[in-house]
Design a protein around this ligand. Structure first.
Ligand code: AMP
Length: 307
């Protein structure tokens, strides 16, 4: 089932309590495509990079089934750059630097061959670009998922509110849900956010798991308690890729199936945090994934009798 992703392709410089990296491969679309590749043999990407984007990184994405016809390479431009530093608890981070570079003038063009997308992942980037991609599709996809972050809430609130009107599922973290709704209670906040457009809301809570909301229903997925979290960068995007990839593969967007997709997203994200950048998510075996899914099944299952 055709999956189209728009999002950043980036270079990141990261600092965690366990070490520092120089410019390494990152970006929302990168993590999403790598994570979704364990479900769909082929996916399409709309993004933009500069001449500094390495061929080896394009090749990595291609080797995972990503079609890059929709990725513009700007000859005199520099790739989007982000640098972040994590606090000791690893649940919070500071953005040190965001250099939009080629993203600042990005005018996305959806190739003809991508226009029948059934599953659309509007990965984290400017809300107006997310909107432009949706607007270029002649038929509305079966499912539209949007991910965003505080940076865009702070800088492009009105565009974000507009983009949310055309979305089925919104994924954000707990802090962002509080900022977006103005409510401390996530349950109250979720109700408010679901009046803004999305019929489903996923609130990611880092090491405390994720909540899926739809009308009066709530599903709570744990995060795998890991002994070591090395670098949380990309966990949210990896989650999104696992979530929409699973839905695209199964072509079932019922609430029951979304619960499974949330577990898939959580399982994939649990790999990403084990190493810096994309290293872990780019190289997984089916055995490793199955083992992890078994761990999740054990974590969520309980046999209990009513009084
Ligand atoms: P996550 O940890 O899932 O929130 O995603 C981290 C990735 O998002 C990094 O690889 C960054 O390159 C990318 N990123 C950081 N800031 C932004 C932003 N403002 N817009 C889009 N992508 C971003």
């Amino acid at each position: 089932m055709s999956l189209l992703t728009v999002g950043t392709m980036a270079y990141d410089a990261l600092e965690t309590p366990f070490g520092k990296t120089d410019r390494i491969l990152g970006g929302a679309a990168t993590y999403i495509a790598l994570s979704a590749s364990y479900h769909v043999a082929k996916s399409n990407i709309v993004s933009v990079v500069g001449a500094d984007f390495e061929q080896a990184h394009l090749d990595l994405l291609k080797s995972k089934g990503a079609d890059l016809e929709g990725v513009q390479i700007i000859k005199n431009g520099k790739t989007f750059f982000w640098s972040g530093k994590y606090h000791l608890d690893m649940n919070t981070r500071d953005t040190i630097d965001t250099q939009l570079n080629v993203l600042a003038d990005f005018n996305p063009t959806v190739p003809e061959a991508y226009k029948d997308a059934k599953y659309l992942m509007l990965g984290n980037l400017m809300p107006s670009i997310q909107q432009q991609v949706l607007d270029q599709l002649p038929q509305r996809p079966k499912l539209v998922v949007l991910d965003t972050m505080n940076f865009w809430m702070d800088n492009c609130w009105d565009d974000l509110v507009e983009a949310l009107k055309g979305v089925d599922v919104l994924t954000i973290n707990d802090e962002e849900a509080r900022q977006m709704s103005g409510e401390y209670s996530l349950v109250k906040g979720a109700k408010k956010i679901m009046t803004m457009g999305p019929k489903y809301l996923i609130i990611k809570k880092g090491e405390h798991g994720a909540l899926l909301f739809h009308e009066e229903q709530i599903f709570s997925a744990p995060a795998l308690p890991l002994e070591e979290v090395f670098d949380p960068t990309g966990a949210g995007d990896t989650f999104a890729g696992g979530f929409i990839g699973y839905l695209a593969k199964t072509d079932d967007i019922s609430f029951e199936n979304m619960k499974r997709a949330v577990i898939w997203g959580s399982a994939m994200a649990s790999f990403t945090v084990e190493k810096f950048g994309t290293e872990r998510i780019a190289n997984l075996t089916n055995e490793e994934i199955n083992e992890r899914l078994e761990e999740f099944k054990a974590l969520v299952s309980v046999d209990i009798q009513l009084v």
